[in-house]
Design a protein around this ligand. Structure first.
Ligand SMILES: Cc1cc2nc3c(=O)[nH]c(=O)nc-3n(C[C@H](O)[C@H](O)[C@H](O)COP(=O)(O)OP(=O)(O)OC[C@H]3O[C@@H](n4cnc5c(N)ncnc54)[C@H](O)[C@@H]3O)c2cc1C
Length: 446
C-alpha cells in the first residue's frame, strides 16, 4: 500500500517525467518537494522529442497532446495562442521539436512559479541506482552525490541502445551515425514509425540510395483519416475472453461499422479508452498470443502516421526508393561494407545484399532484462525489480508500484510511462501517460 509523503524523486526527465512533475505540482501542499533528475542537457525531450527535423511530426494530432489529463486542450491552445495554427484549421500534426518547446515552457513556468516555495528541484545528472531506506529512498547520481526522498518514480522510458545486432546496427542520430555517401544503400531493421522517421532523416540529408526496410511482415503503418470514433461502453466489451473470441467480436464490429458507412479507424479509436482494461483482463495465454501473432497487425492500425507523411512514404515505396521486405535478417558480415543475408518470410529463399549502413528501427520495446540503462539494470540485478512476464517492461502493479524479484510490492519505488507496458500495454503515447501521471499523483499525495 502506498502511503503519503512529501518528497518525490522522479528519475528521468523526458516527457513522462515532466508530465508527472506537472501533475504533482498541482497539489497545494506547501511541503511538497519534487526532484526531477535528467541525464540529458534538456528536460522534456527524451528519445521522441529531441529531433530537430521539421519533417518529424507528431503521430497524434495536437488536440490530443496536452500534458494535463484535466485540461485536454492545453497543447492545442498553446499552438493556437502562438499563431502556429488557424482556429478553423483541420487536424494539426505539430513538429515534435515544437512539442519539446511546449514541455520546456511548461517546466520553465513551473520552475518560476515554485522558485520561492522551492517545491521543484531540477538535477541534470545521470542516476545510477535507487535503493529503499528505512524512511524512503536514496537515489545515487553519477557525480558521487545522492538524493533522498519518500518515493522514487522511475521514468527512464526507452532504451537508447539498439537491441538487435549490436555493434552492426546503429540508432539514427546517434554518434555512430556519421556522414553517408548520398547513393549508399541502406538497410533499416523495422518497417514501422521509426523506419519512417529514418527515411525522413535520410531524405533531409540528401540521401538518394536504396533503402531496404525489413520486418517480420513488412507492413507499413496506416495513415490517419478524419473519422468519427464509435461510442462504446465498458459493458459492451468482452473482457477476459480468449484472443480468438475477442478478435471475432472486434472484426464483426468493424464489419458492421463499415456496412453503416464508417471506417475501421472509428472502431480502433472507439476502443482506445478501454485498451488497458482489455489487456489487463486477458488471461496470460491471450496476452502472449497477441504479442506473438496479432501485435504487428494491431500496431499498423493503431499507431498511424500523419496523412502528409504517409503520402511521402508511399510515394517512395512506389518509386522503389524504399523496398519493404517481409522476412528476417539471418546474418550480417562486416566485409568492407556490410553483407546482409535476409530470409524472406514463408520461404527458405535467402537474399544477400551489400549495404553501407544498418539502422535499428525495430521499435522501442525490448527485453528489459537486457537494458542498457544502468539504473534499471541495477534494480533488476539487485532483485528490487523484475521484468513483467512478457518482458515488455518492468513488472508493476496497476498502481505503478514496482514488484521485486521475490514478488514483494514496493511502496516506495514506482514507475511510469513505457516502462510499465507489461501491466498497462497502451502506455506509450502522451494521452495515456498523462492519465497515468494524474492517477499516480493523486495516489502519492492523497
Ligand atoms: C520516435 C518517437 C516518436 C513518438 N511520437 C509520439 C507522438 O507523436 N505522440 C505521442 O503521444 N507519443 C509519441 N511517442 C511515444 C513516446 O513514448 C512518449 O510520448 C514519450 O516519449 C515517453 O516519454 P518518457 O519520458 O517515458 O521516455 P523517454 O522519451 O525515453 O525519456 C526518458 C528520459 O529519461 C532519461 N533517463 C534515462 N535514464 C536516466 C538515468 N539513469 N538518469 C537520468 N535520466 C535518465 C533520458 O535521458 C530521457 O530523457 C513517440 C516515441 C518515439 C520513440
Amino acid at each position: 500500500m502506498i502511503g503519503r509523503g512529501n518528497s518525490i524523486i522522479v528519475v528521468g526527465g523526458g516527457a513522462s517525467g515532466v508530465v508527472l512533475a506537472a501533475h504533482l505540482l498541482k497539489s497545494p501542499n506547501p511541503d511538497l518537494r519534487v526532484t526531477l533528475i535528467e541525464k540529458r542537457p534538456h528536460f522534456g525531450q527524451g528519445m521522441a522529442y529531441s529531433t530537430l527535423l521539421s519533417a518529424h511530426v507528431l503521430n497524434v494530432r495536437a488536440s490530443l497532446m496536452s500534458a494535463y489529463a484535466d485540461d485536454p486542450e492545453n497543447f492545442a491552445r498553446w499552438v493556437l495562442e502562438r499563431g502556429l495554427v488557424k482556429p478553423d484549421q483541420g487536424p494539426f500534426y505539430a513538429p515534435r521539436s515544437l512539442y519539446a518547446r511546449y514541455l520546456k515552457e511548461l517546466l520553465d513556468d513551473l520552475e518560476e512559479r515554485e522558485r520561492e516555495a522551492a517545491r521543484l528541484r531540477l538535477i541534470r545528472e545521470e542516476s545510477l541506482s535507487i535503493s529503499p531506506t528505512s524512511s524512503g529512498v536514496e537515489v545515487t547520481l553519477a557525480n558521487g552525490t545522492s538524493v533522498v526522498g519518500h518515493f522514487a518514480v522511475l521514468a527512464t522510458g526507452h532504451d537508447e541502445q539498439p537491441g538487435a545486432f549490436q555493434g552492426r546496427a546503429i540508432r539514427m542520430g546517434s554518434d555512430a551515425d556519421t556522414v553517408l555517401e548520398p547513393e549508399a544503400p541502406v538497410l533499416v531493421l523495422g518497417t514501422g514509425l521509426s523506419m519512417v522517421d529514418a527515411f525522413l532523416s535520410l531524405e533531409q540529408r540528401g540521401h538518394r540510395g536504396e533503402i531496404v526496410a525489413v520486418s517480420r511482415r513488412g507492413l507499413l503503418p496506416s495513415p490517419h483519416r478524419k473519422g468519427n470514433p464509435i461510442k462504446l461502453d465498458i459493458a459492451d466489451i468482452p473482457l477476459g475472453t480468449e484472443l480468438s473470441y475477442f478478435i471475432g467480436w472486434f472484426r464483426n464490429l468493424i464489419r458492421d461499422n463499415q456496412k453503416a458507412g464508417g471506417d475501421w479507424r472509428d472502431v480502433v479509436d472507439g476502443l482506445r479508452p478501454f485498451n488497458q482494461k482489455i489487456w489487463q483482463n486477458w488471461p496470460s495465454s491471450a496476452k502472449r498470443r497477441f504479442v506473438e501473432h496479432t501485435k504487428a497487425w494491431w500496431d499498423i492500425h493503431r499507431h498511424r502516421m500523419a496523412p502528409e507523411v504517409y503520402g511521402r512514404v508511399t510515394r517512395a515505396v512506389r518509386s522503389g526508393r524504399i523496398r519493404l521486405v517481409a522476412g528476417r535478417v539471418v546474418d550480417i558480415e562486416p566485409d568492407g561494407g556490410l553483407t546482409v543475408t535476409i530470409q524472406q518470410r514463408g520461404t527458405q529463399a535467402l537474399e544477400t545484399l551489400e549495404v553501407a549502413r544498418i539502422y535499428d528501427c525495430m521499435g522501442i520495446a525490448r527485453d528489459i532484462s537486457k537494458t542498457s540503462n544502468g539504473v534499471v539494470r541495477s534494480l533488476v540485478e539487485r532483485g528490487l525489480a523484475r521484468p513483467d512476464p512478457l518482458r515488455l517492461g518492468l513488472d508493476v502493479t496497476a498502481k505503478c508500484e514496482m514488484i521485486a524479484a521475490d514478488g514483494t510490492v514496493s511502496s516506495k519505488i514506482l514507475a511510469v510511462g513505457p516502462l510499465t507496458r507489461g501491466t498497462f500495454f497502451e502506455i506509450d503515447a502522451i494521452p495515456d501517460i498523462r492519465v497515468q501521471c494524474a492517477k499516480l499523483s493523486k495516489q502519492l499525495l492523497g
